[in-house]
Design a protein around this ligand. Structure first.
Ligand code: ACO
Ligand code: KIV
Ligand code: MG
Length: 512
């Protein structure tokens, strides 16, 4: 059995997270996220601030009704109206309904915002906790701006609200001001100086104004905090809150020096991150820890080589642990031969050493001009440099008749696998008739996905250039053809694509 101490995860994506500019969510959206948080097995979901609006009230009520595992919290100021309204929404969750009441305790907030003395703040806090405790024993109290609060006063407030019935007491860094060593000392001070501290769960709630929310939360855990308040993708007021995925994955990854564990099923982390950014439109930066697009991607040749030999050379957690299928080796100008050869093999190419070297030189030249090399680029390099697509089908001659009085007809003569064949077809237009004739001659079932025609140079004598994209059995190819007659250019492009389909290696999904 593990000796690790349990840390409760209090997710406030739907409350503090929603305070991010532009992150407002409707009730259905909040419910979808709440269901995913339930699957993730977080301990508490703070669903909203019921007094804030009818919509927020309804969202908290619906979440309290629908969610079965985690506790459901609703925020309220330290007054009767907010607390009563919060319970009205939370009561459907029974004992799992948590009234979370708060009041600021720092000099700045008391003087300028609340215009209250220390005595008035303590009295208001105690009254609020007692009022909430009249509804449920599941009461949390937060000392807003605790980090900028004089410590002896903070200790007095904490002791008083515990006596009044607060089962959880939260010490927020509301403005993201503290640093890890200072926050550690604050939590330690409360542990050492509040006589009834063991009767409550000590919680922390960090903002990211200096980019230290996760580091501060970890320091607090080391000092004895038992609950961490956090949000998916770290969204929240201003620079955001402590990121759930970062704090949870740090605890999971560094068990060797952090003997703590959470109940979170981390394999849902990636899905939760995606769902939230889809709903809010707040995109995750590519280099964001854990859930950014590049968090499990490697571009540098030396790293790619290492990862191909043994993933743990450059990966401290597995992509699977957050619900990603696999890592990603991005081919670009920093890549080396090992990764390039692996991609060639995955694409189904079996090339000699000399051919690989030729293709690699072309790949590096292209990578200098292009940010990322895709599989289609590699297909083109191999086709041009090594394979030079064999012509299973060849256009010999063709004629087309069409106009406003004539039904479009195409007569096409082709060499098909060494035999000369001819067919005539009617169509909706001359190109359609031509493609139908080619299909008849080749027996192809390929689907036309895209057809584009343009002029290579200006003027009526310009070469027509045609591009088609065909699909057959899940494989897609591009075909190109050029000719002064645009119908002939179209026929050539279509035949070029068919040749690629019969010569390209068969592959399933394209992976890295
Ligand atoms: C650190 C945090 O994240 S705290 C949570 C912040 N979240 C939000 O504010 C989002 C939801 N808020 C709202 O919808 C609105 O602000 C409401 C409904 C709560 C209040 O709206 P209004 O009544 O119009 O007041 P307004 O927001 O302008 O001002 C806040 C009032 O609450 C008082 N107040 C602030 N915090 C508290 C508190 N913890 N306990 C009691 N009163 C408080 C202020 O002193 C001010 O009082 P006043 O109106 O007597 O001057
Ligand atoms: C309401 C409290 C917990 C808060 O969000 C903060 O202080 O940042
Ligand atoms: Mg906050």
């Amino acid at each position: 059995m593990s000796q690790a101490k349990k840390i409760k995860i209090f997710d406030t994506t739907l409350r503090d997270g929603e305070q991010s500019p532009g992150a407002s969510m409707n009730i259905e959206e909040k419910l979808r996220i709440a269901h995913l948080l339930e699957k993730m097995n977080v301990d508490v979901i703070e669903a909203g601030f019921p007094i804030a609006s009818e919509g927020d009230f309804e969202a908290v009520r619906r979440v309290a009704k629908a969610i079965k595992g985690p506790q459901i919290a609703g925020l309220s100021r330290a007054n009767n109206m907010d607390i009563d309204r919060a319970w009205e929404a939370l009561k459907y969750a029974g004992e799992r309904g948590r009234i979370h009441t708060f009041i600021a305790t720092s000099d700045i907030h008391m003087k300028y915002k609340l215009k209250m003395s220390e005595e008035q703040v303590i009295e208001t806090a105690v009254k609020a906790v007692k009022r909430a405790a009249g509804y449920t024993p599941n009461v949390e109290f937060s000392a807003e701006d605790a980090v900028r609060t004089r410590l002896p006063f903070l200790a007095k407030v904490v002791e008083a609200v515990i006596d009044a019935g607060a089962r959880t007491v939260n010490i927020p860094d509301t403005v993201g001001y503290t640093i890890p060593s200072e926050y550690f000392n604050i939590i330690k001070y409360l542990k050492d100086n509040v006589p009834n501290i063991e009767k409550t769960v000590l919680s922390v709630h960090c903002h990211n104004d200096l980019g230290l929310a996760v580091a501060n939360s970890l320091a607090a855990i080391q000092a004895g905090a038992e609950q961490v308040e956090c949000t998916i993708n770290g969204i929240g007021e201003r620079a955001g809150n402590c990121s759930l995925e970062e704090v949870v994955m740090t605890l999971r990854t560094r068990q060797d020096i952090l003997p703590f564990q959470t109940n979170v099923v981390t394999e849902h982390i990636y899905a939760a991150s995606k769902l939230l950014s889809t709903i809010t439109g707040i995109v995750v930066q590519p280099n964001k820890a854990i859930v950014g697009a590049n968090a499990f991607a490697h571009e540098a040749g030396i790293h790619q080589h290492g990862v191909l030999m043994e993933k743990s050379t450059y990966e401290i957690m597995t992509p699977e642990s957050i619900g990603l299928n696999q890592n990603k080796l991005v081919l670009g100008k920093h890549s080396g031969r090992h990764a390039f050869i692996q991609r060639l093999e995955q694409l189904g190419y079996e090339l000699s050493k000399e051919d690989i070297e030729k293709a690699f030189v072309r790949f590096k030249t292209l990578a200098d001009q292009k940010k990322e090399i895709f599989d289609e680029d590699i297909d083109a390099i191999v086709a041009d440099e090594i394979i030079r697509i064999p012509e299973t089908y060849r256009l010999l001659q063709m004629s087309v008749s069409s106009g406003s009085f004539t039904a479009p007809t195409a007569t096409v003569e082709m060499e098909v696998e060494g035999k000369v064949k001819k067919a005539a077809q009617l169509g909706d237009g001359p190109v359609d008739a031509t493609f139908k004739a080619i299909k008849k001659l080749t027996g192809s079932n390929a689907r036309l996905l895209h057809f584009a025609i343009g002029a290579i140079t200006g003027g009526t004598d310009a070469q027509g250039e045609c591009t088609v994209r065909l699909e057959e059995d899940g494989r897609e190819v591009l075909g190109q053809g050029a000719h002064p007659d645009i119908i002939v250019a179209s026929a050539k492009a279509y035949i070029n694509a068919l040749n690629k389909l019969v010569s390209a290696p068969k592959r399933n999904t394209i992976t890295v």
